[in-house]
Design a protein around this ligand. Structure first.
Ligand SMILES: [Zn+2]
Length: 255
């Protein structure tokens, strides 16, 4: 049985309301050794922390996603900071920039991103970074702060990933890696060192082939591990073991 970690999940999502309590223990028993639930707002960050209190294999991250940059209130700082001091909160995130939709004000996103990178520095916590259609600005800001952390759900070029790794960061791969059109992500896995790779679901999104378009769950990471194993010429067991070690190395509060 493969034993692995899902480094990025959103099990508070309504998509899991029907079967969450039955699904999570089943995943744990089937090899998902640890799951890190990632907050996107004040509300979901609180929820992730509450879930982590209820099961030994659940951990969490707290932060405000750029899609909330327009309306987040300043009080978020105290709440996120408090959650970050809890025992099972392993990172600050997800935070970053999303220029895909016109609706999110870019200046506000940058301000929110910087504030949270500063908070992570102050708390000495790694960060989970979301970056969509904002590669240049994300890189500029990361170069400025040089945080410990992971660039999650990666689908960019190998060159960009190498630059991220030179900053000391990790690259997270979801089911997207298994898609037919994921040529850049495939090229990236081939060329970056194994000790910089994390695996994740981003569930309920990004289900791998052959489940593309369906709700994803941590069990589907096996497909991502098999893909990485094939690209690196190692076994799925080795891919699971190495990515698990990487996750423990990055998130020091994860045990
Ligand atoms: Zn996410």
């Amino acid at each position: 049985m493969l034993k692995y970690i899902d480094s990025h999940a959103h099990y508070y999502s309504h998509d899991f309301d029907e079967d969450r309590d039955e699904l999570l223990p089943r995943l744990y028993e089937s090899g998902v050794h640890r799951i890190i639930n990632i907050g996107c707002s004040v509300k979901s960050s609180i929820k992730c922390a509450e879930m982590a209190e209820k099961a030994e294999y659940l951990y969490n991250a707290a932060g405000i996603h750029p899609e909330y940059a327009n309306d987040v209130e300043d009080a978020y700082k105290d709440i996120i900071r408090e959650i970050c001091t809890r025992e099972k909160t392993v990172a600050l995130g997800e935070i970053g920039l999303d220029y895909h939709y016109e609706g999110y004000d870019r200046d506000k996103q940058i301000k929110l991103f910087r504030e949270q990178l500063e908070m992570a520095q102050e708390l000495q916590l790694p960060v989970v970074i979301h970056s969509r259609d904002a590669a240049a600005d994300t890189m500029d800001i990361l170069k400025e702060y040089k945080p410990k952390g992971v660039l999650h759900c990666y689908s960019g070029s190998a060159e960009y990933a190498k630059e991220i790794i030179r900053l000391g960061m990790y690259i997270g791969f979801t089911g997207v890696l298994t898609f037919k059109n994921a040529k850049k992500a495939v090229e990236t896995v081939k060329t970056i060192p194994l000790d910089r790779i994390l695996v994740e679901t981003d569930c309920p999104y990004m289900a791998p082939e052959p489940f593309r378009g369906k709700r994803s769950d941590s069990g589907m990471i096996v497909k991502v591990l098999e893909k990485i194993a094939g690209l690196k010429g190692i076994s799925a067991e080795e891919a699971a073991e190495i990515t698990m070690e990487n996750t423990y190395r990055l998130f020091e509060k994860l045990r």
